[in-house]
Design a protein around this ligand. Structure first.
Ligand SMILES: [Zn+2]
Ligand SMILES: [Zn+2]
Length: 380
């Protein structure tokens, strides 16, 4: 069984209590209030320091007035839900923490912060990217997991949830750095390709056809890179981190070692750049990957029937994480790619009884997980 980490226990002490968690107990209002207030606080920081805290790609694309409106709404809602928690619940930790963040957001300038001509900083953290994704994804998936749970006993704050939350935070904050390393090989190869004057003309296809082709090419490449991570002895410890989770939910998919992320993404991008797809098609595909990679890990019971044959669903990817059989279902968009290469596994309407890996388990916390695969390399 997975053990809670010291950070899990710290959060449990700081914000948990023994009170009931049903609707009307003040538990959900406390969580929603804290999420919105902390998110608003971070968003005000983004408005204050855009040169340091926005993602390079997104900086000039925001509808700023709309964002200000949303931020005002989030601060008001954060106040409201946190206050509701304080009224409803004997233990007021969540509500008070939420109110503190909401007051902090207002004191820092709220949604009215002036944005002057933005100078550029030597590096940026994607705090905007983090807040947008965390608030959106948790508001969509946490209620869905509560309504249709695959494992009702699991709960949102299962052991090692803080480990996966750190992966989520770090991979979003470091988005510019990760993008830089990820794009490097693809840019170099496609420059060489263009120098040789080879043009595949895929840019001229209709956008939808391009998006489908991008998904297909990306998934076939991803399939073989992923399968190699399972097969190569030096590579497996890096990918084993992703498989070390025994509790699947919307956050569990974030658990990816940085070497795993950079190598996989970099190799997947090479054929996409060489083929020369339109930028819009690539951005649409990026949004699809982000949503689908989160979705296929959720703790949700669904029988998708014919949909399961066409696109990867949670049940398909949960079998990839099964303790037995291993090395099945490598695709992340199209399950029939596994059929073609002989690794498809979807028995009846069943879900895998047990998840995780055989053999030596990686440690449970983020920092030791970052170092663990390198230790394995050295010992070889
Ligand atoms: Zn895998
Ligand atoms: Zn996974």
């Amino acid at each position: 069984m997975t053990e809670p980490t010291p950070l899990d226990r710290w959060f449990e002490r700081a914000l948990g209590d023994a009170g009931p968690q049903h609707f009307g107990s003040g538990w959900f209002s406390g969580l929603i209030g804290l999420l919105l207030s902390a998110g608003s606080f971070a968003a005000v920081l983004v408005f204050q320091f855009p040169e340091w805290l926005t993602m390079g790609e997104l900086r000039f694309r925001y509808p700023v007035e709309l964002m200000r409106g949303l931020l005002t709404l989030a601060i008001v809602a954060g106040f409201f839900f946190s206050a509701l928690n304080v009224i409803l619940r004997p233990s007021k930790k969540l509500g008070l923490a939420g109110l503190a963040f909401a007051v902090g957001a207002v004191l820092l300038g709220g949604s009215g912060v002036e944005i002057e001509g933005v100078p550029d900083a030597p590096f940026h953290l994607g705090l905007d990217w983090l807040v947008l994704n965390f608030v959106l994804l948790s508001l969509v998936f946490v209620p869905l997991e509560k309504l249709f749970p695959l494992k009702p006993e699991q709960g949102t704050f299962r052991p090692q949830w803080t480990t996966d939350a750190i992966y989520f935070v770090v991979s979003h904050l470091a988005v510019d750095l990760l993008t830089f390393f990820t794009l490097l090989p693809a840019t170099l190869v496609s420059q060489a390709w263009q120098a040789a004057a080879l043009d595949m003309q895929v840019k001229n296809l209709p956008l939808l056809a391009q998006v489908f082709l991008v998904m297909l090419v990306a998934d076939v490449t991803q399939y073989w890179v992923h399968r190699s991570f399972h097969r190569l002895r030096w590579a497996w410890p890096f990918h084993a981190i992703h498989h070390s989770t025994t509790d699947m939910d919307w956050l569990a998919g974030s658990r990816l070692h940085v070497v795993d992320i950079v190598l996989t993404r970099a190799l997947v991008l090479v054929p996409l750049f060489v083929l020369g797809f339109d930028e819009t098609a690539l951005y649409i595909w990026l949004a699809i990957v982000a949503a689908q990679a989160t979705f296929i890990h959720v703790n949700m019971r669904f029988r998708w029937r014919w949909v399961e044959e066409l696109i990867v669903t949670p049940r398909f990817h949960h079998w990839h994480h099964a303790r037995t059989p291993i090395d099945k279902n490598f695709a992340i968009h199209f399950p029939w790619i596994d059929r073609i290469f002989g690794t498809h596994h979807m028995p009846g309407g069943e879900w895998p009884p047990e998840l995780g890996i055989h053999g030596e388990q990686p440690p449970g916390d983020f920092f030791r997980q970052m170092l663990w695969p390198f230790g394995k390399l050295r010992r070889r």
